[in-house]
Design a protein around this ligand. Structure first.
Ligand code: GTR
Length: 428
């Protein structure tokens, strides 16, 4: 490596560290955090079709309004994912019969997508409780830093792609020292004890989380010739990760130990945005859980509280489709807002979780989205159960679940206790 290249790589590392530390936990300055300053806004009505028809039955919702809203989200927000199937091959890479102190079976499965010189391997880590002969309900999740960070289990394989290390710096290889780093975010033992399988994939296996012009990852499996430019409604990275979750579900459906009809998709933060989108485009997901997903996830964009559309499109130009940038500082022009994303899960159970100190993600806006999605659930005779914002640490578990816990932007044991109770209610 010459000096220029070394300098470039060093600057790249410093830049990614700065972006990471500025955005992971912080409440950046210069944004709105004062509820009294929220400018009144009007939300698009999920129950009024584009031609003015009022949706009064579940059937009209399913046949007319839902497809309309889904199309708008595809064209204007997350982008359209390819619908053509690509070849998929499964390799069981590793199996442990006595994992987690003997109470679980561990599998590491490579889901190999694509063909010839265009392939991608998604490495799924799976723990199954030993207790049952019946197909199990499961939680499917994406993780931020590699499967080896979700538990200290020494048998978990390290990813062989880029990762973010414990300082948030983008690194070309995963490191042993980071094993178990994010274990506090994953209540794996509790899931196993309560009879759920746990499946996780490192999101970088599916698609990189940096602006690479969509040259690597999921998009590259489909890309056309170089001369064909991307369209403004083509899929961004969130849609890429969501597409990968569907491929994981393809695998889980084939695994006789799992009940493919009882798989909950869960994600935190940008991966909470992803789980909501995955649940919207793939109705096979039986339950959707969004943990602190904020802007572009559960939070209403029109409130402009904390992170805004312009800010997210600037910091992360690759997350959404190009069209979404039209709504930078013009949220009111967008034909959808995020309550309609939650409504796309109806009538399936959906859980929205907020953290009190995570003002960047607008906890109140996350709650309001759930509330304004409820009329769609009511078409199916289902309800939320909250009329106003519940107080701290008082979860509401209707067909829509919600809580705001004390503390920061994170996933905690408290969050998982709620998700497990909610899953017991709906998936058992
Ligand atoms: C932040 C971003 C949020 C949230 C978060 C995360 O930087 O502004 O939208 O997604 O990252 O994923 O941790």
């Amino acid at each position: 490596m010459n000096i220029g290249m070394k300098l470039n790589s060093l600057l790249g590392r410093i830049y990614s560290f700065l972006i990471f530390s500025m955005t992971m936990n912080a409440q950046p300055k210069g944004y709105l955090y004062d509820e009294s300053k929220v400018i009144p806004y009007e939300l698009p009505d999920p129950l009024v079709c584009q031609d003015g028809t009022k949706v009064e039955t579940a059937q009209t919702w399913i046949e007319k309004r839902r497809p309309e809203i889904l199309k708008l989200f595809k064209e204007e927000v997350y982008g359209e994912s390819p619908e053509n199937k690509i070849p998929m091959r499964i390799e069981i890479v590793e199996e442990g019969q006595d994992a987690l102190g003997g109470k679980a079976i561990r599998n590491q499965v490579a889901i190999i997508l694509g063909e010839s010189n265009r392939t991608r391997s998604i490495n799924l880590l799976l723990y199954l409780p030993k207790v049952s002969n019946q197909p199990l309900p499961a939680f499917l999740t994406l993780n931020f830093q590699g499967n080896h960070t979700v538990h200290s289990d020494p048998a978990i394989l390290l990813p062989n792609t880029w990762v973010r290390n414990r300082n948030g710096i983008k690194d070309n290889c995963a490191r042993e020292i980071d094993r178990g780093l994010a274990a506090s975010r994953w209540a794996i033992s509790d899931m196993i004890n309560r009879g759920y399988a746990f499946a996780t994939v490192y999101y970088g296996d599916i698609d990189p989380d940096f602006d690479d012009g969509f040259q690597n990852g999921a998009h590259a499996l489909f890309s056309q010739s170089d001369s064909e430019r991307r369209k403004p409604s083509d899929w961004g990275s969130i849609a890429g990760w969501a597409w990968g979750l569907s491929r994981c579900l393809d695998y889980l459906e084939q695994d006789p130990r799992i009940d493919g009809k009882r798989v909950a998709v869960m994600g935190h933060s940008r991966l909470g945005k992803t789980s909501l989108w995955a649940g919207a485009i793939d109705e096979r997901f039986a339950m959707v859980i969004s943990n602190n997903s904020g802007c572009g996830g559960a939070a209403l964009s029109r409130r402009r509280f904390g992170e805004t559309v312009k800010r997210i499109n600037t910091s992360f130009p690759h997350w959404f489709c190009e069209n979404y940038k039209k709504y930078n500082d013009k949220e009111e022009n967008c034909p959808v807002d995020q309550h309609m994303l939650i409504a796309l899960t109806a009538p399936r159970p959906v859980y929205i979780a907020s953290a009190e100190e995570d003002r960047w993600a607008d906890p109140k806006g996350e709650f309001l989205s759930a509330l304004h999605a409820e009329p769609v659930y009511q078409l199916f005779g289902k309800s939320f159960g909250a009329k106003k914002r519940p107080i701290l640490n008082h979860p509401v578990h209707g067909q829509i679940g919600y809580h705001v816990r004390n503390g920061k932007h994170d996933v905690t044991a408290y969050d998982w206790n709620q998700y497990l109770d909610f899953a017991d209610q709906h998936l058992k």
